[in-house]
Design a binder for this molecule. Structure first.
Ligand code: SAJ
Length: 452
């Protein structure tokens, strides 16, 4: 057996008998659940994060990730199976390391690879023969081979022989009651067949289904296809909403009826735009990479144009609705319901609600918000606090604008107390007529105060 295959067999055995030490870089909504799955599989896990606050709270048996109970962290720390650290040299103890750090986009929508490069350099400083390194952060095709591999080879290691490198996209959906890290199929693409074999064995130790693909580029593109698919289809359905508005057709009725087709159709719903740290951003990694190859990604660009136009569409709906009752936006009192980027969560990142609020305030409106999951949020260095949902607040508002349709809000009460309600999420479809004039996202056959 050659030295290289001996190295690979030794690593495979350490994975198989759980004597291997697993490193996870980045203990956020991706890294911490992954670390806990490796602990659950029987490994000793070293979690490395640059945040002392995160490391300290984890070592104190607490959690900052909703999907990971504090009791699970506490048990992992108490058993000695998990340690969180800011000390880079602890990575030198690891036989395999997964990188789960942020990959934000710059203001000009260029990938900001600083976190990935920092992690790659830390690993390179601590790397040793017989190490497997897997990048999980969403990124453009080519990152693993162009940024990660050279830094590891600079140590004199040979990928596929004494170091094994792969990409495996994260598919964490925070708060998903059905799919968590363990039961969500995991795609793995290695730089060489030996890299695929090792990375596949690594993830098969703790994840139910592992799907090998032939290269890191294929794995990188899998993730981008998944989320570009969503962004493009949301863009399509938002444009259908605009068409329905011009046709005077109820877009929700059309979508619900189309969704009765048992094959060849997948339901998406229009709204005030798209938020979160995945869908608005991920497609732009692909667009950026293709620009370097002089190729224009027309679907991505058009979907982005339509989706990012939706906040302005909503603001125009509000302006038109106020105009119908002889009010100007300037000086109007508006209450936005729901600022999180999607229902029943507390994350406001990239939320279209923030755009709607900004645009309304730029037109001179006085805007307050209520969100049962978000009491306050910081934007441009200042904190914005929400208000309680009271009859007085609903009566105070010249218009109430539903942006995020949290299930726990009593929308019948809103319809009964408000005078004007702009409904961008179709929350009023099945309600009894109340005091409020209802303005749908897209014109329907619904009369004011009635239901379609
Ligand atoms: N949105 C619409 N219409 C839709 C679906 C979504 O307007 O039909 C909006 C949402 O309101 C939100 C944005 O798009 O503002 C993104 O929504 P999302 O449902 O895609 O939720 P995310 O951003 O949390 O996406 C994540 C992704 N998961 C991963 O990247 C691992 C995505 O691939 C999942 O499909 C999605 O969760 C999910 O299904 O929950």
């Amino acid at each position: 057996m050659s030295d290289a295959s001996a190295m690979k067999e030794q690593l495979l055995n350490r994975i198989k008998d759980r004597s291997g030490v697993i490193g996870v870089i980045g203990l956020g909504y991706v890294g911490l659940p992954l670390a806990m799955e490796f602990v659950h599989a029987g490994f000793r896990v070293i979690g490395y994060d640059v945040s002392e606050r995160v490391v300290d709270l984890l070592m104190a048996g607490q959690t900052h990730i909703h999907d990971v109970p504090a009791a699970q962290v506490q048990a992992a720390v108490a058993s000695g199976s998990f340690v969180a650290t800011t000390l880079e040299d602890r990575l030198g103890e690891c036989d395999a390391i997964s990188i789960a750090v942020p990959t934000p986009l710059s203001k000009t929508r260029d990938p900001d690879m600083a976190y990935v490069l920092s992690a790659a350099d830390a690993i390179a400083r601590q790397a040793h023969p017989g190490l497997c390194v897997v990048l999980e952060s969403t990124t453009y095709p080519g990152t693993t081979r162009e940024l990660l591999q050279p830094r590891l080879e600079a140590k004199g290691l040979t990928v596929g022989q004494d170091i094994f490198v792969a990409f495996s996209p994260e598919r964490v959906d925070p708060g998903n009651p059905v799919y968590q890290t363990k039961n969500t199929p995991k795609v793995v693409g290695g730089v060489t067949p030996a890299c695929v074999e090792v990375a596949q064995a690594l993830y098969e130790s703790c994840i139910d289904t592992v799907v090998p693909v032939s290269s890191p580029e294929a794995a990188e593109l899998v993730k981008l296809l998944e989320n570009t698919f969503r962004a493009v289809n949301i863009g399509l359905v938002n444009e259908i909403a605009i068409m329905c508005d011009k046709l005077g057709v109820n877009v929700w009725e059309v979508i619900d009826a189309a969704a009765t087709k048992p094959f060849g159709f997948m339901k998406f719903t229009p709204g005030p735009g798209i938020g979160g740290h995945c869908i608005p951003l991920d497609p732009h990694y692909l667009a950026w990479k293709m620009r370097t190859l002089n190729y224009k990604t027309r679907f991505i660009d058009l979907a982005s144009e339509i989706n990012s136009h939706m906040p302005e569409w909503v603001v125009q709906k509000v302006a038109d609705a106020l105009n119908e009752v002889r009010k100007a936006v300037r000086g109007s009192r508006l209450l936005v319901l729901g600022v999180a980027y999607k229902r029943d969560i507390d994350d406001v990142r990239e939320s279209p609600a923030l755009d709607v609020i900004r645009l309304l305030e730029e037109r001179g409106a006085h805007v307050e918000f209520h969100d049962p999951f978000v009491q306050e949020f910081r934007e441009d260095g200042h904190t914005r606090k929400g208000v309680e949902l009271s009859d007085e607040m609903l009566q105070w508002a010249d218009a109430v604008v539903v942006i995020t349709d949290h299930k726990q809000v009593d929308y019948q009460r809103v319809v009964d107390q408000a005078t004007l309600l702009v409904d961008t999420r179709n929350v009023t479809a099945k309600l009894q007529p109340g005091r409020a004039q209802i303005v749908p996202l897209a014109a329907g056959l619904r009369s004011f105060g009635g239901v379609a």
